[in-house]
Every structure is written in C-alpha cells, then in structure tokens.
Design a protein around this ligand. Sequence first.
Ligand SMILES: [Ca+2]
Ligand SMILES: [Ca+2]
Length: 575
Amino acid sequence: MNQAVKRLLSAILILVFVTQPFALHFESANNSNILRMQVAEAADPGLPAATKDGVILHAWNWSFNTIRSRLPEIAAAGFKTIQTSPIQGVKENTMAGNLWWILYQPINFNIGNAQLGTREQFRQLCAEAATYGINIIVDVVANHTGNAGIDGSLQYVPAYNVDPSIRNNPYFWHQLSGITNWNDRWQVTQLGIGLPDLNTSNQELQDKIIAFLNDAISLGADGFRFDAAKHIELPTDPAGASNFWTRVLGSLNNPSSLYNYGEVLQGGADAFAQYANYLNVTASYYGDNVRHAVGFNNAKNVNMAFNFNAANVAPSKLVTWVESHDTYANLGDESTNMNDWQIKMGWAIIAARAHTVPLFFNRPAGTGKFAASLGTAGNNLWKDPDVVAVNKFHNAMAGQGEYLRNQGNEIMLIERGNKGMTIVNLGGNAAINQPTNLANGVYVNKATGSGTFTVANGRITGNIAGGTIAVLYNDTQSVNVTFTVRNATTVMGQNIYLVGNIPALGNWNVSQAFGPGSTANYPHWGFTVNLPVGTTFEYKAIKRDGANNVVWESGANRTYTVSASTNQVSFDFRN
Ligand SMILES: [Ca+2]
Ligand SMILES: [Ca+2]
C-alpha cells in the first residue's frame, strides 16, 4: 500500500471511529491491523515512495522474524528498503555465523530455510513492512546450487539434497568445472565459481526461477538482488548468450513496482555496462575508492570519492556501498578491519549523493568477525544518529541534483539542488567558507556534530569539528493559514489585502501585499496563505485600490506564529 493510500485509509478509519464508535463490528484481527496502521502513521518517518529514491538496509543473516521485530526502528532510521539474505532452501541447517556462506548454497527455488524462517514468516514480514512503507528486496541465488564438498571436483558436484527435479535433469547444468580465465566471458558465465553452475539458458529451469520470484512477489517482495549476476549470461554475449535476463525479468509480475539489481562485481570480463541495459548494477569499484577516501589503508583523500568509476553507467542505475557482505566476510578481509568511524564517514559520502541507491551493510553483532549466530540482528551502527541523519537527508533530497566540492583533501561538501548540503570532515576542526547554491538562511546541523552554518550572498560559512559530519537542510513543514478579516467595508475599486514583514505578505511593500481576499461573505474577507510552521510575523490588513492608494488598519501591528495544527485567524478590521 502506498503512503498516500495508507494515509487516506488511516484518515477514514479514524473518522469512522470518531463518528460511529458503536456502529461497527471489527474482528480482533482487523482491530490490531488498524491500530498498527495508526501507530505507523503517527511515527511517519517521511520515507520516499520508491526504493530508487531511498536507502537500503542490508539485514545480513537476520531472520524474517528478527527483521519484523525491528521494523519500527528501521522505519524511524530512514531506511526505505530492507534487503534480506537468500530465502531459498539451503544445503545445511547450521546457525554458525562463520558458515554464513551456506545461504549462498541453495538446493531449490522454494521460499524458506532454517536460518531465515518459513514462507509464512516471509509473508508476514512483507505484510507488516508494507504498513511502515518499507519495501523488501530478496537476495536470489540463480547461478548455481550448493555443492557436494569443498575438495577438488566435489566443488562442482551438486549437493546430495539439491531438489531431485533439478539435480537429476542433465539439461539443467553446465559442465562441472571452474573458471580459470576471468577475462574470458564464456568461462565467466558458463563455468563454475567453486560451485556447480546451473544452465541458466534452459527455459524449463528459467520457469522454476520465474515461479519462485513470482511467489515472492505475491507475498509482498518488492524486488531482487541477483547474486553472481555477472556469471549469468547476457543476450549480447559473444559466446554462450541466452535470454535469461530478458525472459526472467520480463516474466515477473508487477514489474513497474520492482527494484532489481545484479551483483556485477567489476573486473575481468564483467560486461558491466551491458548488464545495466537489463537491471541495476553494483558500483564495486566505487566502494573500494570510498574506503580509501576515508583513510582505510590509504591517506585520507575525499577526491577519490567523486567519480563512480562505473564504465559510464548512469548513476541512477548504480547500487553503492561502503562495504558489502563479501568485502567484510570473505577470506580476503577486504574491508573487515575498517572501523565504525570510517564506515560512518563513507556512508555520509555515498548516502548524501544523488541518483544512486546506497546500501548499508549490517555487520554481525558482538566482537570478532562472526560472533553472532545466523538469524540474529547485527550490530547497531545502522541506527547510529549520524547514519540516521544522513538517511533522512537522502530521503528529503530525493529528486535534487548534486554538486560536489572539496575543501582540501579531507573535507567533502555534497550539495543537493538548492535545498541541502552534507559536509564530511575527515580532518581536524575547520572553518567552512565555500560557494553554494543553497537558499540564504541559517542551517542547523542535524548530525551529532551540531553547530550552525550560514548562507548569504552565495557562500556558506560555519565551523565543523574534526572528524564529524554536518547535515544541513531546512525541512520546515508548510501549512495553510486561514485569515478572516471581518467587517471591512470598501468603496468601489478597493479590496482588502494582507501585508507584513515576511515575503509571502510582501515584506511591507503594499504593492506586493497578499490578496485580494475572497468576498464570498462580504463585508468579511477570506485569505488562505501557505506558510512554514514556526514562522512568527507582524502584519496588518489594508484597503487598497488599483492605484495602490492604501488605507491602513489603525493601531499596532498584529503578530502571529504559524502552528503545525490549527491556523485560523479572525479579526475585525480596525478603522
Ligand atoms: Ca553461470
Ligand atoms: Ca512489499
């Protein structure tokens, strides 16, 4: 259910309760749903409507019920979308954290496994997530199945418990051997990555995959991350081409509501830009550059975080990350030793930027690389106040373009349209003084670094503490204020206007006064002015004719402060 429909339904339900408390008979299950919807509405986190405009929480190894229990917090933290681990049946039921890769060794195309939960629990997760405006996207393993063992050729033999309808069909498999030349596109797609490679060109196998994906969609899935997408052939491949992507993606239900992306790790025969013709892709080089930019295994240098380095694929087709579950968890420890501060600063860079969809990888809880069991929630960095502040910045800036600046090698300024700016300071205390397109005004830092910044005459100035971020935008809500000026009689050619010390009321310039008012109830005059909540202003009603001859109200200026709720002002014109 989209936000607008939900809001409308909530309003109707509240109205029904208020106006007809005794006339309706809800069953208890319905009542609990209604209450939940109202609670969700009360805590409306301002999530964008679509995954493409928000940020993703990669709830790595969290079970369906674990995710479900955290939905209010996840919504409050500003995550539009949650990405699950693979939901297919897997070859072993272990819950050991260091055996996380078992989830990437599926045995079928059915929903449910010991680690994440059942198909019904998945359905419940999706249903409840929808009440918070949260989308669920699912990690899908379609390139390969689990193997029979890690030794030698067993790597390329299907696990004994792979679904017999797959295991025993000789047409469903590529040859049982591994890639030796990663620059050979045929090998990259047609041979194994340490696992038995499925023959993804086979239409009967594709049909199983399509049925699985549509089952997930029917339960509320909002898109898919295709694992090892680089290893599933494209229609345009020079050798080994197939219609997998066009046929599978083209057979999904509700296609326009889905966000799909492929794990296309850059390097070797990646065909990166070609994949982007079919689905969104992972900007893995950029993640590497961002890690270096924030000083991980490198001298800090924000200039490394400007270029997406993504084969000229449009940024709107890129999923970005600071680290992925692979860079964290694989044997190479590519990002494992990054500290939380570095992750946060990297996240501030990628999530402040426009167009792309940033993915926040949630590390396991506890100390050590794999301290927690599969199925449990990870550490709490995803709800760190600075991460949340940047998430909300991302949401509030949806649709705004970006302008990137640096102040030396340690300060990056990410400006969005003329609405907001996030400043990432990797260095010491600093005075910011930079050109900007932001509207004039004072901007209070929404991140923990606090402080205020001032924009005037096309420059932003302010102080930022060392190692902190500044999240700057004015998100004041505007509301309609209704004025009724009573008993204001006029002569031919005169009308009633409002003039005051704010731009909406002409800044005391009578020729730019607001009005004329509506005369539906003459001699009473009605006005509806849209004003930001919290604005305090002085004003008066005036009589004005076409030549800007003015009769002012007598007495002192009136004052008013716009509130978030009721804004109806009525007064007699003071002659
Ligand atoms: Ca393959
Ligand atoms: Ca959904």
